[in-house]
Design a protein around this ligand. Sequence first.
Ligand code: ZN
Ligand code: ZN
Length: 258
Amino acid sequence: MFIDSHAHLDASEFDGDRQAVIDRARSAGMEAVLEICGSFPEAGSFEIGLKLVEQYEFIYGAIGIHPHDAKIYNDRWEADLREWSTRPGMIGWGEIGLDYHYDHSPREVQRAVFTRQLALARERRLPIIVHSREAEEDTLAILRDEWPRELPGVMHCFTGTARMAEAAVESGFYISFSGVITFKNAGPLRELACGLPFERVLIETDSPFLAPVPHRGKRNEPVFVMEVARQLGELRGIAEEEVARITADNFRALFRLP
Ligand SMILES: [Zn+2]
Ligand SMILES: [Zn+2]
């Protein structure tokens, strides 16, 4: 009954054993995985992601151009994204946003591409999956101007400040925690996670990156989301099954699933 709200199963790290990874998730009883298609747009990973969503009922999809790749965005990508977003099982737009830590694309290009994709998601009425790193002010400002309050979204792999989390929750967003919350030096993040309204919390792996303790340093995969649930449960004083149930309900509410 666990849901991994954010995974990149299209990444090349899974080329050797993608099927086995998916089988492990399924035989562990995972209810759903949200596949963030297009991890490496120019290496054909959209096609891999779209295929997984088509093939497996418990794998949902989201499409978008990551802020790292904002520099490749053009009308042709936009036309493809538009078409892909209408396919069955596509429930969100993302990941989109701003990353000023790596600056793989110029910041003004990141802002423009974020804004353009918000318009597309708005047009399609799809919830958004937001990636924001070292860009809190600009992320919040753009969302305030470009994203209607009645449409929801999620701040994925949250590692920001309490102020950012509160502002996001205040404007209707969900906050998703990854394996980072299990890291030794993540005390402030754990404290922040404790204080948020539980009905706005999601869990994710961001596979193949950021494997939680005790798998830290290895390739991450969707079943490891249980470690994130365990950590949140410890913090909140409840069983991990309860965390799984609540975060699954939250996921269905956000993405309007039955
Ligand atoms: Zn991200
Ligand atoms: Zn991601």
